[in-house]
Write a protein that binds this ligand. Sequence first.
Ligand code: ADP
Ligand code: MG
Ligand code: ZN
Length: 198
Amino acid sequence: MIRLFPNCGGWLEVVCGPMFSGKSEELIRRLRRAEIAGQRALIVKPRLDDRYDIGHVVSHAGARMRAVVVDEPADIPGLVDGYDVVGIDEVQFFPPEIVLILDGLVEGGLRIVACGLDQDFRGFPFGAMPELLCRAELVDKLQAVCHSCGGPATMTQRLVDGAPAPADGATIVVGALEQYEARCRSCHQLAAPALAAG
Ligand code: ADP
Ligand code: MG
Ligand code: ZN
């Protein structure tokens, strides 16, 4: 195998950006190219992300690739035997242990492609993403198209009944009927905390 970083075995790539920015598409593209190069590639994703298809990563445009669902970061090392490249989708949903688990896999010689939201719906750093971005050999921050103005979108807008979500909402909402849009910084909005609004 031709190595991008010949003297250090594995490496970590991070692909981040708001919802709809093409992270899952990019993950699938990179892992398919690895397969074309004759390498073995595996995608894992957290169980939390079961929006479309539990056994696949599916992009908003319909691209899909088989994925293994894991409950916690410690499950990942047991799955990667024999693989050259491991992709993680929605990595922001994993707890902080994901950092040392991925670090160990990279030390062991794996190429890791970790994809996820860099910011939550408030614009705050999401989960372990800051730490992963800092440790990565390669970083890509993708932009979506702002749903409001058509400009480059770097943020994720949460809407509740069509209105901006309150700033004190839970970061991760499972199973709620919420809607998300990609927005640029000037079109992104937060409502006052629900408590303050009475
Ligand atoms: P992510 O994983 O970052 O949420 P996906 O890879 O699932 O993104 O989806 C990217 C695709 O979503 C684009 O190629 C495009 O077809 C579609 N899409 C829908 N809405 C938008 C938008 N506002 N900006 C960019 N792409 C969008
Ligand atoms: Mg995605
Ligand atoms: Zn905008």
